[in-house]
Design a protein around this ligand. Structure first.
Ligand SMILES: NC(=O)c1ccc[n+]([C@@H]2O[C@H](COP(=O)([O-])OP(=O)(O)OC[C@H]3O[C@@H](n4cnc5c(N)ncnc54)[C@H](O)[C@@H]3O)[C@@H](O)[C@H]2O)c1
Length: 430
């Protein structure tokens, strides 16, 4: 994994080899082996989940058939209401967990929707369970929690499939609320915009969105020149040279989308910069430029698109690139963390009003990702950054892109106002 110096340091320190993660490849099976669907007391999703997995070509085994390796276990714990019932989770899952190499997905209720104190406590407890089990999982197995809100059918199916699939390879130990969402009307051609598309996570996102049938408008500064064109050409997308901080950027982008594309279905606020320095050494330029690109621009672009008739298609979805460091705090990154935590505020502030218009907004928060940005770090902190995650490695740009690609799908409409970490369960701020 990673760079030569990183491998050298890891072997000198006697660290185990990180597991090889199974990532998406065209035509691959959803799982590497059969799945088990475990319904605990009061479970209501067992039959549906079984049906969805079978429809996706997965063999679903009904009992514990011995030593056969499982590709996934889906646990329906939505009906658990009493502390004593948690024993079912232990007794039912422990033998299955032992033979699972792939995915564990736990379905829970949304604690806030439950009137009963004990039920709420039990359902909240599942978060601690999932976060801990993820730390015990080996071989690239991930464990995640889906909190299923009332009436959330379509998005539950979409979420179960995503969290079982290789597309979620680097999402681990995370809780996510799955709501009902507003159905997104179909369109002949879906259009996505990705800012900062010339390289890194942005370029990978362009590829994933194009793979799922989007025409992608690739946005980056003029200086990105040929690199941006190459990314767009690979997927028959188009380019727009735009500095997202420019005074007229919101109007330029809105007009472009309304006049040429009949509105965007997906807007990914990916452009971002770092200017790392200890707080006392940050000058106005290093402070201000990071806030301008990473926070002020997404706010202005989002409101500009919302206010411009025709800039957004019905059911449009925004995805912001936050950061684990924004959630956890990072030495030398007070400017960056302010901007990235600020995006969480943007998501939370807009989710309600946008939902009333049938739109949605979410953030992904990448952890340590192998990009030119992290390659420039000194070897020791770089190797440490990779290793302090449950998956014991850094992610790849495509891991973040796959998560954005899923959030952009019409059938993920029930995911709204959320921040999903793509960090391999990194210990920072977890
Ligand atoms: N790499 C990581 O480990 C990591 C971790 C957490 C969050 N993120 C976030 O993910 C996003 C992408 O990160 P990356 O590592 O791929 O970055 P990167 O530096 O490789 O690419 C960023 C792109 O944004 C473009 N850009 C910068 N300023 C711009 C502006 N004013 N207008 C238009 N485009 C502009 C750049 O030209 C570049 O192409 C960023 O928002 C970053 O903060 C990255």
């Amino acid at each position: 994994m990673g760079t030569g110096p990183g491998r050298f340091l890891a072997s000198r320190a006697g660290l185990p080899k990180p597991p090889r993660l199974r990532r998406y490849e065209a035509g691959q099976d959803l799982l590497t082996g059969p799945a088990r669907v475990l319904g605990l007391s009061g479970a209501s999703w067992t039959a549906e989940v079984t049906g969805w997995l079978r429809a996706a070509g997965v063999e679903v085994v009904l009992g514990n058939d011995g030593d056969e390796r499982l590709g996934a276990v889906v646990v329906d714990a939505t009906g658990l209401r009493r502390v004593a019932e948690l024993e079912e989770l232990r007794a039912g899952l422990a033998p299955e967990f032992r033979r699972t190499t792939g995915r564990v997905v736990v379905l829970s209720a949304v604690p806030a929707e439950l009137p009963d104190v004990e039920a709420r406590a039990v359902q909240q407890g599942l978060e601690g369970f999932v976060r801990s089990l993820a730390k015990e999982a080996r071989g690239g197995t991930t464990v995640n929690l889906l909190r299923v809100a009332d009436g959330a059918r379509t998005s539950v199916r979409s979420a179960v499939e995503f969290f079982c699939s290789a597309r979620s390879a680097f999402v681990d130990g995370q809780p996510l609320v799955v709501g009902a969402g507003v159905p997104v009307p179909p369109r002949d051609r879906r259009v996505a915009v990705v800012t900062g598309a010339a390289q890194g996570i942005g370029a990978a996102t362009v590829e994933v969105l194009a793979r799922s049938g989007h025409h992608v408008v690739c946005v980056d500064v003029a200086a990105s020149g040929d690199k941006l064109a190459a990314v767009a050409n690979r997927v028959q997308g188009s380019t727009l040279h735009l500095d997202v901080t420019a005074e007229d950027a919101p109007r330029t982008l809105a007009t472009h989308l309304a006049d040429r594309f009949d509105g965007a279905d997906v807007v990914v606020h990916n452009a971002g910069i770092t200017r790392d320095r200890s707080f006392v050494n940050l000058d106005e330029a290093a402070w201000g430029s990071v806030l301008a690109v990473n926070l002020a621009a997404p706010i202005r672009l989002t409101t500009g698109l919302l206010d411009h008739p025709g800039a957004l298609a019905p059911g449009a979805r925004f995805v912001c690139l936050s950061s684990m460091n924004g959630l956890a705090g990072a030495r030398g990154q007070t400017n960056y963390a302010t901007s990235k935590a600020g995006l969480v505020g943007l998501v939370q502030a807009l989710a309600g009003p946008l939902a009333q218009r049938g739109l949605a907004i979410n953030a992904v928060a990448p952890g340590f990702v192998e990009t030119p940005m992290t390659a420039a770090m000194p070897p020791v902190p770089r190797e440490l950054g990779r290793r302090i995650s449950s998956l014991q490695q850094g992610g790849l740009p495509v891991d973040v892109a796959e998560t954005i690609g899923w959030l952009a799908q019409p059938d993920a409409a029930g995911i709204d106002g959320q921040v999903l970490r793509v960090c391999g369960q990194n210990l920072l701020g977890a």
